[in-house]
Design a binder for this molecule. Sequence first.
Ligand code: HEM
Ligand SMILES: Nc1nc2c(c(=O)[nH]1)N[C@H]1C(S)=C(S)[C@@H](COP(=O)(O)O)O[C@H]1N2
Ligand SMILES: [Mo]
Length: 438
Amino acid sequence: MPVAARVQRALHQVRHSVAAPARNPRMAVVIGRLLALAFLLCFATGLYSHFLQNPAPWMVFPTRPVWIYQVSQGLHITAGIACFPLLLAKLYTVFPELFQSPPVRSFTHLLERASIAVLVSASLVQITIGLLNTYQAYAWFDFSFRLTHYALSWVIIGSLAIHIGVKLPLIARYWRKRDSYHDDGSVLERVDDEDDPDAALDVPDELRRLTGESQTHGVTGRVFAWIDKTPPPADDSADARASRRGFLTAVAAAVGAVVVLTAGQSFRLFDATNLFAPRKQGVGAQGLPVNRTASAAGVLESAVAPEWTLAVSFGGVREVFSLARLEALPQHDVVLPIACVEGWSQNAPWRGPRLRDLLDAVGAPADAHVRITSLQERGGFGVTEMQPEFVRDELTLVALRLYGETLDIDHGYPARIIAPGRPGVLQTKWLSTIEVIS
Ligand code: HEM
Ligand SMILES: Nc1nc2c(c(=O)[nH]1)N[C@H]1C(S)=C(S)[C@@H](COP(=O)(O)O)O[C@H]1N2
Ligand SMILES: [Mo]
């Protein structure tokens, strides 16, 4: 038997030996739809998070509802965590396809399989680094997480679009349940094999019987094969149905479990069952989680220095605010969340002067963009920029108090920024300067 036929037979045999009731196209479509939904949700919320941090100059962001980013990033992390069981389930259902034969039918088929390889590997890396990031476990990947995660998201969405495009006939065919087990199996593709006619003729009868998927026909001096591109209809016995139900139940239970056990970091509803998320509401200084402590930021001395001031400048105009001067300005109370990019969030009552009142003191224009600098000397997030819609918002404060008490040093004493609808990473602590930049 020629090598090609031997390989083909081996592949068929593996494919048969790994066959299982839940491994069928209908299941691949059912799980695939949920996975695509989770991916698209992650992509949309991820882009929102990305542009809040790296805005194009023309972008204007909503400041209401104040929890818009809190919910968006909570959905990102929750849907992202749900991707773990969903992706594993999807890989389980399509596993036999790894052994399809012939492994490559044409150049387009090669591209299709390559795009799936890219999609699967990029997705596995994406969800893994995403999850590690939420546990602040950057230890073993010292590349830029955001850059990698952002680039991979385009790779994923691009290869997903190709994948869905290629599989559209199959997706349409198995979209509704009733079509799935009454398949007439007749999507045949004619493949001419001019290079090696003998190989096709040599495919043993045994193999044809085994697979029922390909036939070869000799026509005077010419050989071609009909390849059935439709996978065989799924087994519809009671056992197979029970097995599929069991599989779906296990997937649903796994998704439910990972969501219920972690979503409490983002959504109050699940607070009681938040056992595995990296953060828990109400735990931390003043009952609010802390990401970077004053000690980690290297501000233990500068933050409590009696000569501390906040300098606000617009061109040549500069006003210096001592803590007493900030306290003498009209004080406002707002309830706003810290909504970390890592998914955890918590609402809290803040008190302090409005940022716009400080900017009015230097005559800044209504559409001023500002750069905010922290006392922090080590690590990122010491400098942030803020667009006019947030700068002028009446809820954007230079917060001096939290839950009615002076800010804890870990929450940014003497003064921090708190604004509606922004990622926690932009809520700068231990303020030092505020400059109008345009
Ligand atoms: C296919 C699934 C996913 C896609 C398409 C996706 C996409 C994105 C994108 C585009 C961003 C913005 C990156 C930037 O600011 O430049 C982002 C941020 C983020 N994603 Fe995902 N993501 C996915 C899955 C996950 C998962 C599973 C997790 C964790 C469980 C996760 C955690 C994060 C975190 C923590 C950020 C914030 C990064 C930062 O601003 O520091 N992502 N994601
Ligand atoms: N100067 C400075 N401000 C900062 C940070 C920081 O590392 N340095 N961390 C940010 C991040 S990532 C978050 S989520 C919030 C957390 O605020 P909290 O510690 O008061 O809860 O502070 C933000 N402000
Ligand atoms: Mo954060």
